[in-house]
Design a protein around this ligand. Structure first.
Ligand code: SIN
Length: 281
């Protein structure tokens, strides 16, 4: 079996066909997918019929399961969460701000797999911003101000009891569990090399970044906002359009992502797994 890889014509992203992910994959195919993932950062596999067992098996080809805090897994599973929005839901959209998944962890996840089950007829695209391309094109003057700086990552704005998905968040179909633990902080370099490819990129963005180590807020926030404006420009963005039965895997070390709306009155349901941090063998 060989896989067919069709790059998107945008800054990142590729579609992979010629493969049935409901069947176990050979080492050669897995290596081919990993290479394509590292090159294109976001891969989509259309026309798949996958159970949660299949989704978990696929995830484990690329690393251990990551730890998903603050969102309860679906019943009967430890490692699958539902990204869900019901047709009548009025709560603010989930994950509508640019972010990279769980960047506030000590060892943030390598990647995320998201399988489309119920997909609205239009809207609900996911946007991905290529953080290698954003760094490559960054003016020297901005890069010099960011080089060597450590960002203070935290989930507090989202998952603390006072956060966006906290105690005042009502009418949401997703099972989100806010916690004081969201206030913990971790440092990660703003500019760093990808752990597998060594390619330099920007890691994370304001939202899960609450400050810059050693800088006061008045100085750090304008710099983080300047970085945000740079790293999320249209020229670095790939717009992913979903279809039912499509699996997408993305590299959290290379891209930011965000959800979009525009499907009021329609259900949307996807199952998500997390690929844990890469540990070289
Ligand atoms: C996510 O950030 O996992 C959700 C993306 C989406 O709903 O499009």
């Amino acid at each position: 079996m060989r896989i067919d890889i069709t790059p998107s014509s945008q800054t990142c992203g590729a579609t992979i066909t010629g493969i049935d992910l409901s069947q176990p994959l050979s080492d050669t195919i897995i290596a081919g997918i990993r290479a394509a993932w590292l090159e294109h950062h976001v891969l989509s596999f259309p026309d798949q019929t996958l159970s949660d067992d299949d989704l978990e098996r696929f995830t484990l080809y690329f690393g251990p399961f990551g730890d998903d805090p603050f969102i309860a897994p679906i019943p009967g599973r430890e490692h699958v969460i539902a990204i869900q929005r019901d047709a009548a839901e009025t709560a603010p959209l989930f994950a509508e701000n640019w972010h990279t998944d769980w960047s506030f962890q000590e060892h943030p996840p390598a990647g995320t797999c998201l399988f489309g089950i119920t997909i609205p007829p239009s809207g609900g695209d996911t946007l991905f911003a290529n953080q290698h391309a954003a760094l490559d094109a960054m003016p020297d003057e901005l890069r010099a101000r960011l080089n060597g700086k450590q960002a203070v990552h935290s989930a507090k704005n989202a998952y603390a009891p006072e956060g966006m998905y906290g105690e005042k968040d009502e009418g949401r179909s997703m099972d989100i569990r806010p916690s004081e633990e969201a206030k913990e902080t971790r440092l990660h370099p703003i500019i760093r090399n990808h752990p597998e490819t060594g390619r330099p990129g920007i890691f994370g963005t304001v939202g899960y970044i609450a400050g810059i180590d050693g800088m006061d807020e008045g100085e750090a926030l304008p710099l983080l906002m300047e970085l945000y404006a740079w790293q999320t420009q249209d020229q670095f963005v790939y717009r992913h359009k979903w279809a039912p039965g499509m699996l997408v895997m993305w590299d959290n070390r290379s891209v930011l992502h965000k959800a979009t709306g525009g499907y009021e009155g329609h259900d949307r349901l996807l199952h998500r797994t997390t690929i844990g941090a890469y540990r070289p063998s």
